[in-house]
Write a protein that binds this ligand. Structure first.
Ligand SMILES: NC(=O)c1ccc[n+]([C@@H]2O[C@H](COP(=O)([O-])OP(=O)(O)OC[C@H]3O[C@@H](n4cnc5c(N)ncnc54)[C@H](OP(=O)(O)O)[C@@H]3O)[C@@H](O)[C@H]2O)c1
Length: 459
């Protein structure tokens, strides 16, 4: 057994004079010196020895030990026998024999001196070189990562298990969901179809919507539609075009005898400054004005189908918005975050004002925030390429899945718990408090009046 004061490199050592070579050996281990049981060590030096044994021995000018079966580095590091062997040498007694501990050498009680050079260079006491602490650290890190990963996966599984309206039936009900080809809208469409609703997917891109519909059908195994009740219908609806909104509503009014639920879900987030077909700032135009016109044009059908529901998907980010009436089109200044927040504040003010106007009609209106959800909403947000893997990991671990995020929409659309509840704001299927700015009825009325003019409902 060869034990070194510090890790050695065989080929470099071979170039040293013999004295210097012998000097690399740890003093006080003559028995180990010739034992030839090099595999007993887990030091970096011994790993080197294991692979270049004979040349190293020649370099040291020592007699070769008995031939050893080839062993992998892995085995050298982790075989318990090798740990015992090293521990025995470390206690100063050479290798522990199978029959019992070896006799302690004369210098066993001498004070042990820590070799110079610190943990890495000197290898600590008795040849415990860099390999041991770094190996242990790596093993600890791997165990931590594995344990953490398992905990996270279990937590995610538990979190995702609850379904807001499990078991509820929507058979015979017609639901319109805007932006149903992606994210929350797609998840809500699949769930409501599972509950046997006739789901009209109002989407701006027909091809994307058809693909989403095909995928949903494949996920549900075509059962929901085939077994009666449930149906998926794709209709074109571009909320950035008042003409498209009107055409969509016209067709719905012609074809649908009833409308039980309207989910205003589609949204655009923090895009660069763009205008809708009608010249409105894009986020205000799609998130608020397009839905404002859509809802108003479908109100008659919703009232005729009462009890019916309107669900407005807003966001907690409404807190950072203001309704700046003097620049609703953001022509004086444009800040993409502010404009998203403003459009989401407008969603809540609209829902509350509409609820007030619909009192006694049997049509309820509620708004919600879905939480932070892993969807395509951030398509305009630039994440540096190098930060993407970290972002993906964090979003996988901590963001909701679309199905989790859609639970409050599904709850408000289908649960008997919220029958007759109107004008409220929800998160995680529970009613939540709003900031005063979202409950300002004067601002809500003024926004309503101006929106009516902007979309051409009032000339
Ligand atoms: N994800 C979150 O963390 C989060 C948080 C708070 C609130 N929200 C709200 O949740 C709602 C759904 O967003 P998401 O997260 O599911 O995002 P998403 O995956 O991007 O889905 C948004 C949907 O809106 C559609 N859309 C965009 N512009 C449209 C237009 N002009 N006309 C018709 N449809 C349009 C998109 O269609 P294309 O696929 O064709 O673009 C897409 O289907 C949004 O209102 C958003 O503000 C989301």
């Amino acid at each position: 057994m060869l034990i070194f004061k510090r890790p050695v490199n065989a080929s470099l050592l071979a170039k040293q004079p013999l004295d210097r070579r012998r000097d690399t050996l740890l003093p006080g281990h003559p028995a180990a010196f010739y034992s030839g049981a090099g595999e007993g060590s887990r030091t970096l030096a011994e790993v080197t020895l294991a692979t270049t044994g004979s040349s190293l021995r020649a370099a040291l000018g020592t007699a070769p030990g008995p031939p050893r079966p080839p062993r992998s580095r892995w085995a050298l590091r982790f075989a318990p026998a090798t740990r015992r062997g090293l521990a025995a040498s470390a206690r100063g007694g050479g290798l522990r024999s199978p029959q019992g501990p070896a006799a302690r050498p004369a210098n066993a009680n001498a004070p042990r001196r820590r070799p110079a050079g610190g943990r890495r260079g000197g290898g600590g006491r008795f040849g415990r070189s860099a390999a041991r602490p770094s190996g242990m650290a790596a093993a600890a890190a791997a165990a931590l990562a594995l344990g953490g990963g398992l905990l996270l996966a279990a937590w995610r599984w538990l979190r995702g298990a609850a379904r807001a309206a499990a078991g509820a039936s929507m058979r015979g009900k017609t639901v319109i969901i805007t932006g149903a080809n992606s994210g929350l809208g797609r998840a809500a469409a699949a769930e409501l179809l599972r509950m046997r609703a006739r789901v009209i997917m109002g989407c701006r891109d027909r091809a994307r919507a058809e693909r989403a519909a095909r995928e949903i059908r494949a996920e549900l195994g075509e059962r929901a539609e085939a077994e009666g009740g449930g149906e998926l219908v794709v209709r074109e609806l571009d909320l950035a075009s008042l003409r498209s909104v009107r055409a969509f509503c016209h067709r719905v009014l012609q074809e649908e005898p009833r409308l039980d639920v309207l989910i205003n879900n589609a949204g655009i987030f923090q895009c660069p400054y763009m205008k809708t077909e009608d010249g409105f700032e894009m986020q205000f135009g799609v998130n608020h004005l397009g839905h404002f016109l859509l809802t108003n044009l479908l109100l008659g059908l919703l009232k005729n189908s009462a009890p019916s529901r309107i669900v407005v998907v807003s966001s907690k980010l409404y807190k950072y918005g203001e309704i700046n009436f003097e620049d609703l089109n953001s022509e004086i200044s444009y800040n993409k975050s502010f404009c998203y927040s403003r459009s989401k504040l407008a969603n809540i003010l609209f829902a509350r004002e509409l609820a007030r106007r619909l009192e006694g009609t049997g049509v309820t209106v509620n708004s919600l925030h879905p939480g932070i959800v892993r969807t395509n909403l951030g398509r305009y947000v630039n994440i540096p390429l190098l930060a993407k893997p970290l972002f993906n990991l964090v979003s996988w671990a901590f963001f909701k899945t679309p199905l989790e995020g859609a639970q409050t929409s599904i709850y408000l659309a289908s649960s008997p718990d919220v029958e007759g509840v109107s004008g409220k704001y929800f998160g995680d299927c529970k009613e939540e408090e709003l900031l005063p700015k979202a409950m300002d009825d004067l601002v809500a009325r003024k926004l309503w009046d101006i929106s009516e003019v902007m979309v051409g409902l009032l000339k």
